[in-house]
Design a protein around this ligand. Structure first.
Ligand code: AMP
Length: 142
């Protein structure tokens, strides 16, 4: 059985404004912001504004809204970082690698021959993340 949604997860705190994020995009249903431990330049996360642990308990409206924003962000990061492609990944439950239990989709620009960086646990420089968020917002026309 899937565990219940925990309203004190870190992305719920970001949604409530209790902790900061480098915001890239927001609409009525979704928020996109920079991953603080990016596996590549431009690594962005897209989340629904309403509670869901992952796709196993999300409803179709949440999934639709998240994927529409994922597409928007994927196009923007490709332009902003002049990447060869865009990697989209998403984990469901700890056994599959999920560490934050609010539904999120990773959107990462990729270049041929350049591997993703491993998760080191080290936070990226805040000024660099702010600069990357600004680049993506600019590609979104915001
Ligand atoms: P996962 O649950 O494995 O899909 O990954 C959760 C992701 O959230 C990781 O890539 C973390 O680097 C990222 N992360 C954790 N805390 C924050 C935070 N406060 N702001 C932005 N990203 C975060």
């Amino acid at each position: 059985m899937t565990a219940a949604y925990d309203p004190n997860n870190i992305f719920a705190k970001i949604l409530r404004g209790e902790i900061p994020c480098h915001k890239v995009y927001e609409d009525e249903d979704t928020l996109a912001f920079m991953d603080v431990m990016p596996q590549g330049d431009g690594h962005t996360l897209v989340i629904p504004k309403t509670p869901a642990r992952n796709i196993l308990d999300a409803n179709p409206a949440q999934l639709n809204a998240v994927m529409a924003t994922v597409q928007r962000i994927a196009k923007a990061v490709k332009v902003a970082f002049q990447s060869d492609g865009v990697f989209v990944m998403q984990f469901n439950e700890a056994g599959a690698g999920q560490t934050v239990f609010h539904l999120h989709v990773h959107v990462v620009p990729r270049w041929e021959g350049i591997a993703l960086k491993p998760h080191t646990g080290a936070m990226a420089d805040g000024a660099l993340l702010a600069d990357h968020a600004a680049k993506i917002r600019s590609a979104l026309g915001q």
